[in-house]
Design a protein around this ligand. Structure first.
Ligand code: SF4
Length: 698
């Protein structure tokens, strides 16, 4: 019988509501949910093609051990036994989970609970480390919490929207549509795009600043110094709510205008115009994404931006604030449950005994991790050098997406025991699994996700589980029980996990922590099923409401005050004589991650059919390449062969190659094989936007 189900798109961090319709003949169609507050009915090309990606071709439908079909009992017993054995022989830090922003919050919650509360290690990290961990670190330094202060509506209410390191038009398309519509209805609204490439997003920009790679700290430091010297600082807000203003301004003033021009690659006039526009516009939103986060100075970049909003008090009020755009559908949910190796659950701090004790008591935990675990790049180093004896990878494909991907593949191949939970049977990572566990995909799984504006929405199942595929949370609970942790992993359903997650968020909270959804601590399955999208916080006893943070201060450092962070512009240039070009990696409009789903849609694949390199005409001429020629790109870590796309949208000296293609779709196209495993010192996020490479005709 035909049915319609309200659910959420599984791709980007906008988190659009989708209505999926299953017809009498079983055919699925999708449309945007007009009542969902993220998208009000809109969908982008990826979201509207969701029904084209649901076939079972290539799916992993049964557990496998060493490539042969196995039963669930046998597979789960083996996973529990090998993890228990490694822990007994080598200690809890000899095992690791590498998970994903594709997981639902309920899956993520149990993975984190098992590793940090019962195995006793914090060696659980996530592909969100590659996505927005610099924003987390920057928020925590400035605010004392990982809090996104504003909402999507702020982009529509602002008079100036700055998009830095964000190709919003392709990477968060529905939010871009909302911004473009707001600008069309209020032409006085200004948009500034800061990006070395003139992307599609720049097409609506009043000002495009083609900044030099990693020039952002210098730019926003220059802005802070300008605000301080031009009388634009909100002295009342700064003195009532912050610490460290003087030191931050001193550091920011280190470069004069000519030096700033050198470092940023922008003209002095461009700098003056940008500074003046920010200074004279009260309602400013600064959005930032991977161009800021994926840097060896990503956390400093985030804090340089936050400094400018704190200095002007433009934070948490309608149309004002810094805004971190998350790449993945549930990167935020992962942050809430403590999916990063340096976080605990519910935004608690793993480095504070009081927080570890709280979790210990709430979970009845037997072995709470006492220190942060290995962040993604370090985790795979530990796999490579033999410290990790058992590794469980869930819903992600690190052989394609990790920096230094060839070395990561070699490490996984050499690991004594690798479990992969995935929907697909033949990913570049799954082929190295000792045990492969079939997971549910979109339309089959059921739980919650949180989008970039802290809005929690339901993903609902509308298709039967194919073959023997099971939910990731079920797999985790079954292994946990077999490891002897029966009582703490006896959840009957995803709604019971969500209720526990909500209860932990409100446990002994009293406003001490930003993340509090205690209102749902006793949610029953029927109410969980009907749960409407809502933004956190929603403490016990409150009704859902639109929320912003920090208009009146009330930060989460112990003294309630925010911190300005004094930051210095990094040495940004990595290109050298041997590797003279700067490689920048990123997304295209119509593909998602390593294409295991979007690659199934002929419509999506026709937008850009092959992996390519955007190269400036003069650079193309210098290496003797014409449009559509094949180009070899090499770094000290690896090489790739891609098609030349000659365009002056690309700045001279820079190359852009998309991150999606892998050995399933094109040979020698895993661009992350070239990316150095160089990370930000605070967040551990890899620097995927500034890689020294050379290029030549194939
Ligand atoms: Fe899905 Fe993002 Fe597109 Fe919305 S904007 S439909 S969440 S991919």
């Amino acid at each position: 019988m035909a049915c319609e189900v309200k659910t959420t798109c599984p791709y980007c961090g906008v988190g659009c509501g989708v209505i999926a319709r299953v017809g009498d003949d079983g055919a699925v169609s999708v449309k945007g949910d007009p009542e969902h507050p993220a998208n009000f009915g809109r969908l982008c090309s990826k979201g509207s093609a969701l029904a084209e990606t649901l076939d079972l071709d290539g799916r992993l439908l049964h557990p496998e051990i060493g490539g042969r079909r196995a039963g669930w009992d046998e597979a789960l017993e083996l996973v529990a036994e090998r993890f228990s054995q490694a822990i007994a022989e080598h200690g809890p830090d000899s095992v690791a989970f590498y998970v994903s922003g594709q997981l639902l919050t309920e899956d993520y919650y149990l993975a984190n609970k098992l590793m940090k509360g019962f195995i006793g290690s914090a060696n659980i990290d996530t592909n969100s480390r590659l996505c927005m961990s610099s924003s987390v670190a920057g928020h925590r330094r400035a605010f004392g919490s990982d809090t996104v202060p504003g909402t999507y509506e702020d982009l529509e209410l602002a008079d100036l929207v700055i998009l830095t390191g964000s190709n919003l038009a392709w990477c968060h398309p529905v939010l871009y549509q909302r911004l473009a519509a707001a600008k069309a209805s209020r032409p006085e609204m200004k948009v500034v795009v800061i990006d070395p490439r003139r992307t599609m997003t720049a097409d609506i920009a009043d000002m495009h600043l083609a900044i030099a790679p990693d020039g952002d700290v210098a730019l926003f430091n220059g802005l802070l110094a300008h605000l301080a010297s031009s009388g634009a600082v909100d002295q009342d807000y700064v003195s009532a709510n912050t610490n460290g203003f003087t030191e931050a301004v001193q550091a920011a003033a280190a470069l004069d205008l000519p030096s700033l021009s050198d470092v940023t690659g922008l003209t002095q006039k461009q700098l003056r115009d940008f500074f003046r526009l920010f200074e004279t516009t009260e309602k400013v939103v600064t959005c930032y994404s991977q161009g800021v986060n994926q840097s060896s100075a990503g956390t400093d970049k985030v804090n340089a931006i936050l400094n400018c909003h704190l200095a002007t008090g433009r934070i948490g009020r309608p149309g004002m604030g810094p805004f971190s755009l998350t790449g993945q559908p549930n990167a935020m949910g992962g942050r809430e449950v403590g999916g990063l190796a340096n976080m605990l659950a519910a935004h608690l701090d793993i480095e504070k005994e009081i927080d570890r004790d709280l979790v210990r008591r709430f979970w009845g935990a037997t072995a709470v991790a006492s220190k942060p675990g290995l962040k993604a790049v370090d985790m795979f180093r530990a796999v490579a050098d033999g410290r990790i004896k058992a590794l469980w990878i869930m819903a992600t494909n690190p052989v394609v997406s990790m920096p230094d991907a060839d070395a990561v593949e070699a490490a996984i191949k050499a690991c004594p025991f690798v479990v992969v939970s995935d929907m697909q049977r033949h990913t570049d990572t799954a082929r190295h699994a000792h045990v492969a566990l079939p997971s549910l995909g979109w339309g089959e799984k059921d739980g919650t996700v949180t989008n970039s504006e802290r809005r929690i929405s339901r993903q609902r199942a509308f298709l039967p589980a194919p073959g023997e595929a099971r939910a990731d949370w079920w797999q985790l609970a079954e292994v946990a029980r077999r490891m002897g942790f029966d009582e703490a992993f006896s959840h009957a359903s995803q709604s019971a996990i969500f209720a526990e997650h909500a209860a932990l968020s409100g446990f002994e909270n009293d406003g001490r922590r930003d993340f509090d959804i205690g209102a749902h601590a006793a949610i029953e399955p029927a109410a969980y099923n009907d749960l409407a999208p809502f933004q956190w916080p929603q403490p016990k006893g409150t009704a859902p409401q639109g929320t912003r943070f920090f208009a009146k201060g009330e930060f989460y450092h112990a003294d309630g005050r925010a911190r300005f962070i004094a930051v210095q512009a990094p040495q940004a240039r990595r290109a050298n004589e041997a590797f003279p070009y700067t490689l920048n990696t990123g997304r295209v409009r119509d593909h998602w991650h390593t294409m295991t789903r979007t690659g199934k849609s002929a419509r999506l694949s026709s937008h850009l059919a092959e992996p390519f390199v955007e190269i400036h005409p003069r650079d193309a001429q210098n290496i003797g390449v014409s449009d559509a020629d094949l180009v070899v790109i090499e770094s000290p870590h690896g090489s790739a062969v891609v098609r030349a796309l000659v365009t002056d949208r690309q700045a001279e000296g820079n190359l852009f190659v998309p991150m999606h293609w892998n050995d399933q779709f094109a040979s020698k196209a895993r661009i992350d094989a070239l990316v150095a495993p160089l990370t930000d010192p605070f967040s551990g996020q890899p620097a995927s936007k500034n890689v020294a490479v050379r290029a030549k005709r194939f």
